[in-house]
Design a binder for this molecule. Sequence first.
Ligand code: F3S
Length: 97
Amino acid sequence: MTHVVCDPCNNCKYTDCVAVCPVECFHEAETILYIDPEECIDCGLCIPECPVEAIFADSDVPEKWQEYTEMNAEKAADLPVITEQKDPIPTCPSLNK
Ligand code: F3S
C-alpha cells in the first residue's frame, strides 16, 4: 500500500500535503509532486489537506488516473525530496477561480 498523487496536483502544487507528512515521502517535479511508495507509511494525513483532492490511497485511485500509481513510484525515485510548504504555482486553475 501507498498513497498516490494524481492529476489535480499538476500545475498547482499547493504543498499542504508536505507540511503534514511525517516521513518525507514527497518528491518535487516541475509541475507536480510524487509520493515515494518506499517511504509512504499510509498514514493518510495528506489526503484531507490537499485543496484539490489530488491524493488517494492506491486502492482508491480513480480509474482515469490509474497510471499515476506507477508514475509516482518511478518518478519519485529520481526527484528531490520536498519537506517544506511553499506557495502554489500562481497559474493554478483552482487558485484563479
Ligand atoms: Fe499537490 Fe495537493 Fe500536495 S495540489 S502538492 S497534492 S496539497
